[in-house]
Write a protein that binds this ligand. Structure first.
Ligand SMILES: [Mg+2]
Length: 407
């Protein structure tokens, strides 16, 4: 039997900020896209802010009204990726089979270690705290899916073991959506056939789930029954991040197109900054629209030329919004995601008509902007649209494809 750990750093961005600035420790902290109240959006929050009702994607002013003593800080993505590396270094003391899932989560395969998986989990929990000043929650199990689920069950600073003996009693009563890859739309479909818990998935037949939902249904049945046998990748296995910007949602009613455009530009500021900090380029943009009646639509667009420029990403997202905008349908939340990411040094296939000079100019400009932001905070520079709606960038980039998002 395999022994898999899934370690998840708790409130990662906010915790790193508290390590860098001890005055923030044990306080209600929100990491916000831009410091100014009107346009800032909460990217991450501390445990205390979370308890006060602050959620990711909330406007800063809203966070402040929920939690008046909240401390707003600007993001330092370069430190988050540094701390992510430090975490990996600790994990690699035990095994080379360390597979990251985002910046703050990792699977470890410790099957062939001398110490027991619970011992290792306990050591990691303590070491991360002592050496980095962060807390992690760890799931210990016999497959990746249950290890991941275990790390969500108790947090912060906790260990949960899910064994072959106890998984039915520990997991089967939980909602389907707790299962990895059981997204919003699948959860909705399952509900329609009366399936609400992981146990209910497990008790259907594999044939039924396969026939009804195809490969996704088959996978969920396998996961629910504890039969996931996917491997933990080797630490040197390189798989670039697939997307940046997911989960960054603006939660306030949007009743006009230009309000939506402003939110998009505010969201994209961070996406561009993050892409450049992580040396990645986006080959596509997706826009998620959640309406007041809680329905959700996702659209994605392929970019002809990969970019790390927030202006292009925002413009593309605004085009999608414009195309699908219906003034009668009030928008609750927008999510912009840079998708299909590639290394910035990757060999690009650039279309014949691409304006290299224009891109070089923009890249130089972005570097200067990043430096100013680091020096004076992200509120120092704002896209023109937030100040003046007529100043949208006009460069043509990307074509709107009719495709829908999977999740
Ligand atoms: Mg985390």
């Amino acid at each position: 039997m395999r022994s898999i750990l899934h370690s998840d750093a708790n409130c990662f961005y906010a915790s790193v900020e508290a390590v860098l600035n001890p005055e923030l420790r044990d306080k209600a902290v929100a990491v916000c896209g831009s410091e100014e109240d009107r346009h800032g959006i909460v990217l991450a929050k501390s445990e205390k802010a979370k308890r006060a009702g602050v959620t990711t994607g909330m406007a800063c002013w809203e966070a402040r009204s929920k939690c008046p003593d909240i401390i707003i800080v600007k993001p330092h993505f370069e430190y988050y990726s540094k701390f992510s590396k430090y975490l990996h270094e600790i994990y690699q003391r035990y095994t080379d089979l360390v597979e990251p899932f985002g910046l703050d989560e990792c699977w470890l395969d410790v099957t062939n270690c001398l110490k027991s998986p619970m011992e290792i989990a306990e050591e990691i929990r303590q070491t991360v705290k002592d050496e980095l000043g962060l807390t992690v929650s760890i799931g210990v199990s016999f497959n990746k899916v249950f290890a991941k689920l275990g790390s969500d069950l108790k947090k912060p600073d906790a260990i949960t073991e899910i064994t072959e003996e106890n998984f039915k009693s520990k997991i089967w009563g939980l909602p389907c959506s707790d299962l990895l890859y059981c997204g919003r739309s699948m959860t909705e479909k399952l509900k329609r056939i009366g399936v609400k818990t992981i146990g209910q998935i497990a008790e259907l037949t594999h044939e039924y789930m396969m026939g009804k939902f195809g490969k996704a249904g088959s996978d969920l049945w396998i996961y629910a029954n504890g039969l996931d046998n996917s491997q933990v990748a080797h630490k040197d296995h390189y798989e670039p991040a697939k997307s940046i910007g997911h989960g960054i949602t603006c939660v306030s009613d949007i009743r006009k197109l230009d309000e939506g455009n402003k939110v998009i530009y505010a969201l994209c500021q961070d996406i561009g900054y993050k892409l450049r900090a992580m040396k990645l380029r986006a080959k596509g943009v997706s826009l998620g629209i959640k309406y007041k009646d809680l329905t959700y639509q996702g659209y994605q667009v392929k970019l002809e030329n990969p970019t790390q420029d927030e202006g292009f990403i925002a413009k593309t997202a605004c085009e999608i919004l414009k195309k699908h905008y219906d003034p009668m349908h009030i928008i609750r939340a927008l999510t912009v995601t840079a998708i299909n990411l590639e290394d910035e040094d990757a060999n690009e296939q650039i279309s014949m008509f691409f304006d290299y000079e224009e891109r070089e100019k923009r890249e130089k400009l972005n570097k200067v902007i990043d430096e100013i932001k680091r020096e004076y905070g992200s509120a120092a520079i704002k896209p023109a649209i937030i100040l003046d709606e007529d100043k949208m960038p006009s460069k043509e980039q990307g074509k709107v494809l009719p495709g829908k998002m999977h999740r």
